[in-house]
Design a protein around this ligand. Structure first.
Ligand code: 8GT
Length: 131
């Protein structure tokens, strides 16, 4: 029987001044309308950390650097099995002047707990609450 490797996903958990950068998944594609951290599929030969940095730049316009792997989790959705790498990131611009694009917004840790994230994010949200 043929088995498929999970899609490797790099995700940027970008925190600045106690707030986290969050967007909303588009109306087309899997998990439409869910809240999300910036991220996406790794390219061939791209590390999950590099992917998180690239996707964050492409999706939000913010330049970031990866700091540490917070959590790695494999999860089977109906649309795909994913190998999620949640990387804590920080902005390269520390002046706080850069504004995110594409509807991404900064939310507090308390707001984070009220949002509607994909199911696989649950342990990550638990971890962020304990930090
Ligand atoms: N960006 C992001 N993806 C997440 C999160 N949590 C989570 O389970 N995922 C899953 O990770 C996968 C990301 O893939 P994607 O389709 O958004 O990646 P992409 O931007 O490269 O897609 P594209 O093919 O449309 O360019 C999806 O299966 C999504 O459901 C999250 O917090 N952020």
């Amino acid at each position: 029987m043929k088995t498929h490797s999970p899609q490797v996903i790099g995700i940027a958990v970008l925190e600045s001044g106690g707030r986290f950068l969050v967007g909303c998944r588009g109306s087309d594609g899997p998990l439409a309308g869910y809240d999300e951290f910036p991220g996406g599929k790794c390219r061939a030969d791209e590390s999950p950390a590099a992917c998180a940095v690239r996707e964050c730049g492409e999706e939000t316009g913010l330049a970031v650097e990866a700091v540490e792997l917070l959590l790695r989790r494999e999860f089977a959705y109906a649309h795909a099995t994913v190998d999620l790498h949640f990387w804590r990131c920080r902005p390269v611009d520390t002046t706080g002047d850069a504004a995110p694009e594409n509807g991404f917004r900064w939310v507090t840790a308390d707001e984070l707990a009220t949002l509607h994230f994909p199911e696989a994010n649950a342990p990550l949200l638990e971890l962020l609450r304990s930090l």
